[in-house]
Design a protein around this ligand. Sequence first.
Ligand code: GLT
Ligand code: MN
Ligand code: MN
Length: 406
Amino acid sequence: MSQRPTNSTSPSRYPNDRFVPRPEDHFTFGLWTVGNPGRDPFGLAVREVMSSVKIVRELAKLGAYGVNLHDEDLIPFGSSTAERDKIVRDFKGALAETGMKVPMATTNLFSQPVFREGAFTSNDAAVRALALQKTMRSIDLGVELGASIYVFWGGREGLETNACKDPRDAVKRFREAINFLCEYSRDSGYDLKFALEAKPNEPRGDIFLPTTGHMLAFIYTLEHPEMVGVNPEVAHEQMSGLDFSHAVGQAIEAGKLFHIDLNGQKPGRYDQDLRFASEDQKGAFFLVKLLEDSRWDGMRHFDSHPYRTEDEQGVWDFAYYSMRSYLILKDKVARFHADPEIKQILATLEKRSTTQVAGVGPTFKYDKKSAAALKAHTFDTTAMASVGYEYERLDQLTTEVLLGVR
Ligand code: GLT
Ligand code: MN
Ligand code: MN
């Protein structure tokens, strides 16, 4: 069980218990998340736009570790150099004052009308060149602010009609851009890792490289695959009907989980970006279990939006509860591991998985002699098939841990 002590730094609105977030938990938020004024395709903004300095100060009070940003979250498109420098100076001042960090940065290649047909994959070579220029400048900004991870989410890298583009060209152009930017980063002496974020659709009818699995396969076709990993998002994988922790598990196993976007999503909907663990608590539990069991050392980044119903207090509730839910689930993971009955089922499984058969196993690596022995062995398949796995019980015990009765 987690020995986390209670912490008196909890703002008075929230319980003063062992789920109080702290900087060492490495929780981060995009400026665009808490800063989202609630505009949607059907309605206007419902909240004031908050300054990035204010966001940094408020999140620091709540126990966050840092903020992440797009170039345009901080510096409005088209700002002069003098304006840029002043904004960066003020922002750095807020970071220094609070101790907050900027672990990740990214480029907005989706809001401006010029990117309506795509950025790196556009059919217009001038647009592709502009996208590279904007990204190089934004990489410089990210590095200046201390970022070590650079995210690529190709929001407009898609299409509505396949008549306009051969998907092979789209993949080639995307590869060319990532190769170009890897070289730019190396040539500039930056110690940056790139993290590719997949999404199947929205805002385009279809987006290229639509899942984390597609991204993983793509990475190994790059000139510097060691520099590039993935940034999976809960909602985006669930939009494709996939199990999120399987995508994350494959990425961790390949050493490719460079960043993660935590949020919540109902099945079969548009990208809802709901508060982490507000939906599918079981999926969220298995995700936290995977991250904690594998001692993944990246940032626990929230990419989500407060409900449009909320005023400013609701925004901070949203942020605080995102972190609190992660810590509660982490505690549930500790309970799962400490539960004697769960332990017993897992020990039986472990024994079953590590028993030698016919002089081979439990791991299998080919050599002539053991392959011949295995080929000649007679299995008692009736006996083997007669023993169940106790997964109904295992799942019920897990469910009871989650429901708070174990
Ligand atoms: C945008 C998108 C997110 C991406 C962000 C990074 S921006 O909000 O919906 O999923 O992670 O570009
Ligand atoms: Mn995201
Ligand atoms: Mn999303």
